[in-house]
Design a protein around this ligand. Structure first.
Ligand SMILES: [Zn+2]
Length: 380
């Protein structure tokens, strides 16, 4: 049984059939009333519509700029040159607006239809989401914490070294890229981008990088933290016995892999996560001829009564899943000397800061922080 000391830990509650969601459901931060959309609109000129490698890296990745993202941006520029409408972003700053939006909608739908390869379709879809978010968030969000600049929380996040054998992969849906209430980003804010690496779904540069790392680590050192009644999962206790540590540290084992233990966290809403898991599973079968090994957390029912009254999280968030994983590992024989409890605490603290910053921001803007009715069925 877990012994989580802080009240914050109380929202690290899982139901066995639920997956981790990645954002606060009390706050629809991406949804603004029309009046805000109009007043927050801003134009991107043709000269401004390009992304440098420095800017790309600034958002939390060390990959090259995805080729398809560059292509989408070039297409946007071309459209602006050939039309009388201006490229204007508004709302959540990743959405096009006005006449340009109408024209771009037609164009991107036609392009999507013209692609007959489902792989290309996915990559185009993801790249377009990412390109719009990159252009629309510039100058509005802090690149490091993805929170609007006036509420930047960077100075309040304490960095911490992750145990050197662990590595998190934040497998993020493009719809969550640059969302201020996303929590997967907290992992690399705390641990750095080498130990908690962003992998954008459908972006070949990112997915190939992740799978190359998996190949180096070997299939016995990759796990997806995933909970779904249709997918067989093993508990952390069953997966990481004392023998695991002893065996994995044998010189002959270490010679065949880099010794990293890779944990994939699917960073998406529940409804989108199934497709992402399916993609991981298919690739695992392609690479290893086996299914992706899945692990689930063993969050005790007795923690339920400690549920914090408000604000609440949607099921549980990605960062909280990482906290749960670190805490559970810490309790296992052989794992208790790596400071995993402190690492869990660092993520918990960052989560608390994010929650506070977003709550204050919302209150300042006169918006409600109460849970929306339609999400009430998700309350753990
Ligand atoms: Zn910041």
């Amino acid at each position: 049984m877990l012994t989580l000391s802080k009240p914050l830990a109380s929202f690290l509650i899982f139901k066995s059939s639920l997956i981790f969601c990645n954002k606060l459901n009390t706050m629809e931060f991406g949804t603004k009333p029309i009046s805000t959309i109009v007043s927050g609109a801003h134009r991107i000129t043709n000269d401004e519509a390009s992304i440098s490698i420095q800017e790309w890296h600034g958002w939390g990745t060390s990959s090259p700029i995805p080729t398809m993202v560059t292509q989408v941006i070039d297409d946007l520029k071309l459209l602006e040159q050939n039309s009388d409408a201006h490229m204007v972003f508004g709302g959540n700053h990743g959405r096009l607006m006005g006449d340009f939006k109408v024209q771009e909608d037609k164009k991107h739908r036609a392009k999507y239809q013209s692609l007959n390869d489902s792989e290309k379709k996915l990559e185009f879809y993801s790249a377009r989401q990412i390109a719009c978010r990159l252009l629309g968030s510039r100058g509005y969000l802090c690149q490091k914490c993805w929170v609007p600049l006036e509420d930047c929380m960077c100075s309040r996040v304490k960095c911490c070294s992750l145990w050197n054998r662990m590595r998190f992969w934040v497998y993020m849906h493009p719809k969550d890229f640059l969302r201020q209430n996303n929590t997967g980003k907290l992992l690399w804010q705390v641990f750095g981008i080498e130990d908690a690496t962003l992998c954008l779904y459908g972006i070949s540069e990112h997915e190939d990088m992740m799978w190359n790392a998996f190949k180096c680590s070997g299939k016995d050192n990759v796990w997806c933290l995933y909970v779904n009644k249709n997918v067989a999962t093993k508990s952390i206790q069953d997966t990481f016995s004392l023998d695991f540590i002893r065996n994995s540290e044998q010189p002959e084992k270490m010679a065949n892999n880099d010794g990293s233990m890779n944990f994939i966290l699917i960073d998406a809403t529940w409804s989108l996560s199934a497709a992402m898991f399916k993609r991981l599973k298919e690739r695992a079968n392609e690479v290893w001829g086996e299914d992706m090994p899945c692990i689930s957390l063993n969050m005790g029912v007795s923690l339920m009564h400690k549920l914090r009254p408000q604000p609440s999280w949607d099921r549980t968030c990605t960062a909280a899943a990482a906290v749960g994983l670190l805490d559970e590992l810490h309790l296992l024989p052989g794992f208790n000397s790596f400071g995993l409890d402190k690492q869990a605490e660092a993520v918990e603290d960052a989560l608390e800061v994010l929650l506070e910053v977003l709550t204050n921001r919302r209150l300042r803007m006169g918006r409600s922080i109460t849970r929306r009715e339609r999400h009430s069925s998700n309350i753990c």
